[in-house]
Design a protein around this ligand. Structure first.
Ligand SMILES: NC(=O)c1ccc[n+]([C@@H]2O[C@H](COP(=O)([O-])OP(=O)(O)OC[C@H]3O[C@@H](n4cnc5c(N)ncnc54)[C@H](OP(=O)(O)O)[C@@H]3O)[C@@H](O)[C@H]2O)c1
Length: 333
């Protein structure tokens, strides 16, 4: 008899409690995944410490899973038992413990999952879901940056996107999705992370601390069709750099994690919530699997495995709360 275990958060500020939990049951369009690796996002320890967007206690946190399919819902046709998959668990939306990633087994909507090709390890794939989905909402959802969904044979479309924070998980995903949609992508990061951004497909990378960064980006855009900026960092001080860039480029749209209070009139910024069915075409089209297999999508920034087992999650939260540069915190199960 298979049994499940989960890392429960019982109340704000409590340490995670590892305990037996019910085996999740799939809805018609869900899969049940035996998790081999889970990634820790910024929001996970924030939720544990503050209760941010927690709907009920006890809760099982976590969004990013990579593992093996053990059961499929009655309407699921893209997956079968035994498939190696990566997926976005939806606890953030449903609030139900069985939808949290930090369990041995969890439920994932089939539309938000993809087969992992054999050249990719579970602990590499686990870093993708939240980053891909957050980037994808800003790029693809109606009313945002208006960039086509990616495909492995996309043609150049003449559009130029700027990504602020290309070495972050969300930024690296935004670069790669936009490049695979046919865009040219100009990026900012620390100079030590220029190579990472170029590996993701950036055409040009500039240091956001360079006082002339706005002029340099405007020159790199040239007369091409600038479609907007993805601010992957989103903290208020990022706008001290983002606004001058936008003003050099003639205003436009910023996809962002946290819009600041006041923006100049010609700049529009819209909040991005990285859990949304608008991203499902990226998963359902087969793009993720094909692109991972062909190297057109890379699991960047590199995952750092900080522990093994649900018991390691508390320590992983502490690592995640520290300064992270071009890394994704992962726990193997
Ligand atoms: N709304 C949503 O649904 C959603 C979903 C996911 C993430 N987020 C948010 O999006 C942001 C990025 O998340 P993530 O997981 O991609 O982060 P991450 O991977 O931890 O980002 C780390 C990167 O941030 C860069 N950075 C740190 N401070 C900076 C600053 N002051 N200015 C410019 N760059 C700075 C660093 O770049 P360098 O080392 O190159 O300087 C570092 O590589 C976080 O604020 C997160 O909470 C929101």
């Amino acid at each position: 008899m298979v049994s499940n275990k989960s890392a429960f958060l019982d109340a704000v500020g409590k340490p995670l409690r590892i305990a037996e939990s019910p085996m999740p049951k799939p809805g018609a369009n869900d899969i049940i995944v035996k998790n081999h690796a889970v990634a820790i996002n910024t929001v996970d320890p924030v939720q544990a410490d503050t209760g941010f967007m927690v709907k009920q206690y006890p809760i099982v946190l976590g969004s990013d899973v990579a593992g093996e399919v053990v059961e499929v819902g009655s309407s699921v046709t893209r997956f079968k038992k035994g498939d190696r998959v990566v997926g976005h668990a939806w606890v953030f939306q449903t609030g139900k413990p069985e939808d949290g990633a930090f369990s041995l087994y969890c439920r994932v909507p089939a539309g938000n999952a993809a087969i992992i090709p054999s050249n990719i390890e579970y602990n590499q794939a686990a870093m993708l879901p939240m980053a891909i989905d957050t980037a994808s909402v800003g790029l693809h959802k109606e009313g945002y940056l208006g960039i086509d969904y990616p495909s492995v044979d996309a043609k150049q479309n003449g559009k130029v996107l700027v990504v602020y924070g290309g070495s972050s998980s969300v930024g690296a995903a935004a670069i790669q999705l936009a490049v695979n949609a046919g865009c040219r992508v100009i990026v900012t990061s620390s100079s030590k992370n220029f190579d990472l951004c170029l590996e993701c497909g950036a055409s040009d990378v500039f240091d956001y601390k360079d006082p002339n960064v706005a002029e340099k980006i405007a020159k790199a855009v040239g007369k091409d069709n600038f479609v907007g900026l993805w601010n992957a960092i989103g903290i208020p001080e990022s706008f001290e750099v983002v606004i001058p860039i936008m003003q050099k480029l003639g205003g436009g749209f910023v996809a962002n994690t946290k819009p600041p209070g006041e923006l100049p009139k010609d700049i529009e910024a819209r909040f991005v919530l990285g859990i949304d069915k608008a991203t499902w075409p990226v998963w359902e089209s087969g793009f993720l699997t094909e692109a991972l297999e062909s190297g057109k999508l890379k699991c960047l920034p590199e995952p750092i495995v900080v522990g093994k087992g649900l018991e390691s999650l508390q320590q992983a939260f502490e690592v995640r709360k520290g300064v992270i540069s071009a890394q994704k915190v992962v726990v193997e199960l």
